[in-house]
Design a protein around this ligand. Structure first.
Ligand SMILES: Cc1cc2nc3c(=O)[nH]c(=O)nc-3n(C[C@H](O)[C@H](O)[C@H](O)COP(=O)(O)OP(=O)(O)OC[C@H]3O[C@@H](n4cnc5c(N)ncnc54)[C@H](O)[C@@H]3O)c2cc1C
Length: 416
């Protein structure tokens, strides 16, 4: 055997798996098809701006974060609690009065729904905050939309606030995703902050990979086929190992492993604009509450993290979730929406990049069974966000728990 374990894919799941194994002295190597670590969580420097691959945010309440990262070293830059919702040609503040009492009046009067809707939201938040997180994943499952109706929210509140907010987070404009996952995200939003690391979301992946021995991560190594104890690479080489872990995204795992079904794909696009002056002030996320689209979430990222733009410039990202993300003429459609929001100044904006991501997240419609089996066969394993929840938290957890299962076989006596 060349190694004890070979891991296919250097996304967060593959890296967390490798880190866990290395910490127990296991010889594990990661092979990655692309030219860098991080998978869907990477940041590129373009004309001095930091562009993540698609618009992503980090929820600081994810339990895996404190296990893997020094939050001080990540230097989190935080969004303002709440959001600004675009309605009838104006931005209306919907704050989080529990954290920023100054937003109370604006929040109560914002025309996104009745006072009863806003009280229902407080009640739902209180219910998802209570008890242990894992209990949320055992509640009866339904779509997010059904869950919101069950909680009594009006259509107006759903359309104007919940839909654009969760369209962005779940890449889910029709609120089809499992209510188990929705409630988990709501809990994370309520319990912590939302932000980005000062050096971009890719800093997460770089920090996770940093302690691994340099020779244990092989980039530009596309795996074309595998068996229980062997992987074949596109360049004709093979690697033998006692255990093989497929830590790719779900669709690629299904291509490599007959017994793993394709989890389906939620798509997302992001159009990144550079400008001299920020389009608007403040650190709140901007939501499209009037279904004007195609962008449902917009952020002036340089207002949140000045490190995302060169001195004296600003960076705006407009995020398009769901089927619209794959539409033709996306940049033109987003520019025209931004012109309706911000006026003719948009003509001076420079488009830095358009990201079109066909597989942003697995579908995760109900029934969602989080913590799906990671064992495929003797010596053959699968991990990634499609085995747990479709998130940074889910990917990190999945990689760690797969490594712990392998450790139980390789070092049965050293288990706690
Ligand atoms: C636009 C967008 C927005 C998101 N927003 C958020 C958010 O705000 N918050 C949040 O928590 N999550 C968000 N997510 C989800 C989160 O990024 C993912 O759930 C998580 O990064 C998945 O990690 P993973 O390791 O499971 O898979 P991946 O990151 O997909 O890693 C898999 C790796 O396997 C490699 N690979 C694939 N096939 C092969 C092969 N044949 N050979 C070798 N290597 C291969 C790939 O190149 C990749 O590096 C978002 C995702 C996207 C795309």
């Amino acid at each position: 055997m060349d190694h004890e374990v070979v891991i296919v894919g250097a996304g967060l799941a593959g890296l967390a798996c490798a880190r866990t194994l290395h910490a127990s002295g296991i010889d594990a190597v990661v092979v990655e098809a692309s030219d860098g670590v991080g998978g869907r969580v990477r940041t590129d420097i373009v004309d001095g701006f930091r562009l993540d691959r698609g618009f992503q945010i980090l929820l600081t309440a994810y339990p895996e974060l404190s296990r893997w990262f020094d939050l001080n070293a990540l230097d989190m830059k935080l969004f303002a609690p709440g959001a600004k919702v675009r309605l009838n040609g104006k931005f209306r503040t919907v704050g989080d009065p529990l954290r920023r009492p100054a937003d109370l009046a604006a929040t109560i009067t914002a025309p996104i729904g009745s006072v009863a809707d806003k009280l229902r939201l407080l009640k739902l938040i209180a219910s998802v905050r209570r008890g242990q997180a894992k209990n949320l994943l055992r509640r009866p499952d339904m779509s997010t939309l059904q869950r919101l109706h069950k909680a009594g929210f009006s259509d107006r509140f759903i359309e104007r606030f919940m839909e654009p907010l969760f369209a962005g987070i779940q890449l889910d404009p029709f609120l089809e995703v499992s209510s188990r996952r929705f409630e988990m995200i709501l809990r994370m939003l309520a319990k912590g902050d939302s932000g980005v690391p000062a050096h971009g979301m890719g800093a997460l992946s770089e920090m996770l990979a940093a302690p691994l021995p340099h020779s244990s991560v092989r980039l530009n190594s596309n795996v074309t086929a595998l068996a229980n104890n062997r992987i074949d690479l596109r360049d004709g080489c093979s690697i033998q190992a006692r255990h093989v872990v497929v830590a790719t995204d779900g669709p690629n795992a299904a291509r490599l492993l007959d017994r793993v079904p394709d989890p389906g794909s939620r798509s997302a696009s992001a159009v990144w604009f550079a400008m001299d002056e920020p389009a608007t002030g403040g650190k709140a996320i901007l939501l499209d509450g009037e279904r004007s689209g195609p962008a449902r979430n917009v952020a002036i990222l340089s207002n949140v993290a000045a490190t995302y733009a060169p001195e004296g410039r600003s960076l705006l990202v407009a995020a398009v979730p769901g089927p619209d993300a794959l539409g033709a003429n996306l940049e033109t459609a987003v520019r025209s929406q931004m012109s309706r929001w911000f006026g003719s100044v948009v003509d001076t904006w420079q488009t830095l990049r358009v990201d079109v991501i066909r597989h942003g997240q697995p579908l995760q419609t109900p029934p969602l069974n989080p913590k799906q089996s990671v064992r495929v066969d003797d010596g053959l394993w699968v991990c990634g966000d499609h085995r747990d929840t479709a998130s940074i938290q889910g990917a990190l957890f999945s990689g760690r728990r797969t490594a712990e299962c392998i450790l139980a076989e390789l070092r049965p006596n050293s288990q706690p």
